[in-house]
Ligand binder design. Structure first.
Ligand code: PEP
Ligand code: MN
Length: 343
């Protein structure tokens, strides 16, 4: 990581450091902060000759060498002071709540609009809604690009930003062009490195956030943070880690709740953790306890499935979605617990 003496390097200076690192098979990735831009050396930066050459440049304050597999997401990185703001919440300063249906029903858009209004009323900061859905069975409803318009209309009506999952490269630009503020990477795609790279490239130089779910095939810490590093390596550090339950399942639950990995993640990365208790326990009646457990473990936020009429929902909603009343109560209690944790 190159820390310049000024807040940002001139194009000539960037060209010079790019040429130096290229001699050693590396490239430069600017990471643009609110005030200061820092320059990550992407590649194997262990060559002392390269570091000496860079340190000799009069506009370079210092070079930070972090011996970590995730140089940008590591807690010791210069990005550790980076703060992510989504839905008016700066993560770490207030509990972030993302809520909404599992899946938008394109045939009944009013359910989404009513849910969006109810979710806002219950105190959520961001509305979620699945447009494209990764379904276990190929004959289940797979989502519909038409739902993107419904998602954005829900955002317009409530004034809240929206989160949706992108499953393939073609979805990324569609979602960004439509105005989606948070791209979700689902548990099934969290190890899809070409998709992670494509998202990284697409969100570079944008304020967009990425909610990265934990794959059930991932170890709790290193592999999870490394997947985030794939996205950050293209210049956008607005990445939120989302534990959502893993396998083998805890008998009776949909998955094995994994909110307890939050302190382990926080020991190694500065990235905020937003836990999804809905997919973790998989049943609306179990969600409130799991949500509060997540906050107790140190979560910075929650991602909750909610629907005005869960039985009329599709995808996971009939099983998992909280009613607006239940959502309001979880949010209230979770915020109280969050304050208690900080006191
Ligand atoms: C979802 O958020 O609706 C979803 C499919 O989640 P996951 O990728 O965690 O299964
Ligand atoms: Mn779901």
């Amino acid at each position: 990581m190159i820390l310049p003496k000024s807040n940002r390097l001139s194009p000539e200076q960037v060209a010079e450091i790019t040429a130096v690192v290229a001699e050693f098979g590396c490239r430069i990735q600017p990471i643009v902060g609110a005030v200061r831009t820092i320059y990550a050396i992407v590649g194997d930066e262990r060559d002392d000759l390269m570091i000496n050459r860079l340190e000799g440049l009069d506009y370079v304050e210092r070079i930070d060498r972090i011996q970590s597999p995730f140089k940008l997401m590591d807690k010791r990185s210069d990005l550790a002071s980076h703060r992510i703001t989504l839905g008016g919440v700066t993560l770490g300063e207030r509990l972030l709540v993302i809520a909404g249906p599992c899946t938008i029903d394109p045939k009944n858009p009013n359910y989404f609009y009513e849910t969006a209004a109810a979710v806002k009323e219950a105190g959520a900061n961001v509305i979620r809604g699945g447009v494209w859905k990764p379904r276990t069975n190929p004959y289940s409803f797979q989502g519909d690009t038409k739902s993107l318009e419904i998602l954005i209309e829900g955002s317009r009506r409530t004034g809240l930003p929206v989160d949706t999952e992108v499953m393939e490269e073609a979805h990324i630009q569609l979602a960004l062009d439509a105005g989606v503020s948070c791209l979700q990477v689902g548990a099934r795609n969290a190890l899809n490195y070409s998709l992670l790279r494509a998202i990284g490239r697409a969100v570079a130089q944008r304020p967009t956030a990425v909610l990265l779910k934990r794959s059930i095939h991932m170890g709790p810490v290193n592999e999870f943070i490394s997947a985030a590093e794939y996205i950050a390596a293209f210049g956008n550090p607005n990445i939120i880690l989302c534990p959502r339950g893993t396998t083998p399942t805890l008998d009776g639950y949909r998955n094995h709740p994994d909110e307890s990995i939050t302190p382990l993640l926080k020991e190694k990365t500065w990235a905020p953790v937003v836990v999804d208790p809905s997919h973790s326990v998989g049943k609306a009646t179990y969600v409130p306890a799991a949500a509060l457990a997540a906050v107790a473990y140190g979560a910075d936020g929650l991602c909750l499935e909610a629907h005005v009429s869960p039985n009329h929902g599709i995808g996971d909603d009939p099983k998992q979605a909280l009613t607006p009343e239940a959502l309001r109560q979880v949010i209230r209690q979770a915020r109280q617990l969050w304050e208690l944790r900080r006191s």
